[in-house]
Every structure is written in C-alpha cells, then in structure tokens.
Design a protein around this ligand. Structure first.
Ligand SMILES: C[S@@+](CC[C@H](N)C(=O)[O-])C[C@H]1O[C@@H](n2cnc3c(N)ncnc32)[C@H](O)[C@@H]1O
Length: 268
C-alpha cells in the first residue's frame, strides 16, 4: 500500500471533518497562521496538507481576488470537500515530502496541524523551503507538547491510568512535534531562517466531556485495543478531568496550546 492509499478516508469522514472538526478546533488557527506567514494581497500561497481547505480559503479571503492560492493534500476525499466548498481555488493531490511544484513557485507556504503526521518531517520542510521563493516565508502551526496542554494532558493521563501504559503512545500522534526548540531546529536544518516562534492558547469546543473522549479515542488506534467497558470508564473519567472546562449546560471548551512559527527563505 502506498502512502497515498494509506491516508485515504471516505467522503463522509471528510464531510464530518469539515462540519464538526473545522469549526470546533481548526478554524481558529487559520487567521493566526496567515498573520504569522505575513500573507498579503497579490501573493501566491500554498497550503500544504490543506485537509478540507480552511487555511487556503481564509488566505484567499485575505488576498481578496488577487494572487493565487493552491491547496495540496494526500487525501482525495478531503480535496473533494475542499473543492465543493471553494470551487474557485486550485486543489491538488500530492505528498508533502515530494511537492509537485517547481522551485520558488510560491511567496508563502503554510502548513497547519499536519506536520506531526508526516513520516519524514525534515523532508517535508525541505520541500516547503524549495517551493518557496527566495525572500518568501514558510509558516507552520502544530500543537504544543502534551505537558503544556491544560486539558488534554490530564485527559491522556486519565486514559493511560484506565487503559494501561500502551495507551500513551497510541494517543500521542497530535503532540509529537510540540517542542518549540526541536521544531525550530528542524526548520533551520531545512535551510530556513526562523523569524518568529510563539505559542497561542486556543480552545477546542465539544458538546460534552464524553464527546471529547469519543473523538480522542476513536481518532486513535486505542479504539481497537480496549474493551467497551474500558472505553465507558474513560468516558466517565473525562467528566472528572474536564470538569474545570465544562460549562453549566455541559459543553466543554478545552484549552488547546499551539505553536506558530514563521521562517524566511534566504535570498530575495
Ligand atoms: C489534522 S488534518 C489538518 C488539515 C488542515 N490543514 C486543517 O487545518 O484543517 C491533517 C491533514 O494532513 C494530511 N496529510 C497527512 N500526511 C500528508 C502528506 N504526507 N502529504 C500531504 N498531506 C498529508 C491529511 O490527509 C489531513 O488532511
């Protein structure tokens, strides 16, 4: 199975991502990343691992009909939804580690909440640096490490207590490149000059603590390793650990800390 085949999800899953996860989690970060990347009218912008396209379409709104926006993702279903929402933008299937564009093709290269999933992050950053023009900017956004997450940190500790120590690695995908020094070092190794690195405390919204637990467990390999009883016990535990973030009507606003980094391509 190729990398492209492994990453395919159904159009239904991609529509659920767009209707549920984009508003609940990802939309907040798009304007922050676009500010960090210093996107301005007239520029050409690439959104790497665009998913259903929240960064690309927010950038297009910022460009207000000028310039060019391209969204690239491995996943055909994500791109189908992106195209349905914004048929006027360019959407292209491809791998972040082998970008199908010539050197220097874009003024800005943006990548939101995806670097952690790339098997070879250094190669992907080298590719982003290659397709950005001299003097251009590569900007990335990832989640901070679990020990800097006020809600997800305690949630994962509780899940590990209940499901056993193997659960830690199974729930770790989102948090693996959240060390700011390591991230900056990988970006510099790709030949880029870091010009800004900061954290932002955002929030993930869920209708209930159980809904957050469902999303985390079902979105990870843990779901196939635990019994229904342990899953129910984790849902119960979520009510306790997420109480500080649960409102009177039961909805959760879980703080989510992210890293935003901008790097300049030498020259230009
Ligand atoms: C959590 S989503 C983030 C999507 C989007 N940037 C957003 O903010 O909503 C991660 C995305 O990375 C894509 N992806 C994973 N590995 C990839 C790769 N090697 N090349 C391109 N896209 C990839 C997935 O298909 C998925 O759409």
């Amino acid at each position: 199975m190729t990398t492209t085949e492994r990453f395919q999800v159904s159009v239904e899953a991609a529509e659920l991502y767009e209707s549920t996860f984009v508003p609940a989690i990802f939309a907040e970060w798009a304007p922050l990343l676009i500010d960090t990347g210093r996107v301005e009218p007239g520029q050409s912008v690439l959104d790497v691992a665009c998913g259903t396209g929240i960064v690309a379409r927010t950038a297009a709104d910022r460009l207000a009909g000028t310039g060019r926006v391209v969204g690239l993702d491995l996943n055909a279903a994500m791109l189908a939804v992106a195209r349905r929402v914004r048929p006027d933008l360019e959407w292209q299937q491809g791998d972040a580690a082998a970008l199908p564009f010539p050197a220097g093709a874009f003024d800005r290269v943006l990548c939101q909440m995806a670097l952690m999933f790339f098997p070879d992050r250094a190669a992907a950053l080298r590719e982003m640096a290659r397709v950005a023009a001299p003097g251009g900017v590569v900007a990335v956004c990832v989640l901070a490490a679990l020990d800097r997450q006020p809600a997800y940190g305690p949630f994962v500790e509780m899940a590990v207590d209940r499901a056993g120590p193997a659960a830690r690695a199974l729930l770790s995908a989102y948090w693996v490149c959240g060390d700011p020094d390591e991230l900056a070092a990988t970006v510099r190794a790709a030949g880029l000059e870091v010009v800004e690195s900061r954290t932002h405390l955002g929030a993930a919204s869920f209708p209930s603590p159980e809904a957050l637990a469902e999303t985390e467990v079902r979105g990870s390999p843990l779901v196939d390793r635990i019994s229904d009883e342990v899953f129910a016990w984790i849902r119960e535990g979520a009510k306790e650990v997420l109480r500080p973030f649960t409102g009177p009507a039961g909805a959760v606003e879980a703080p989510l800390r992210g890293l935003l980094l901008a790097a300049r391509v030498p020259g230009g």
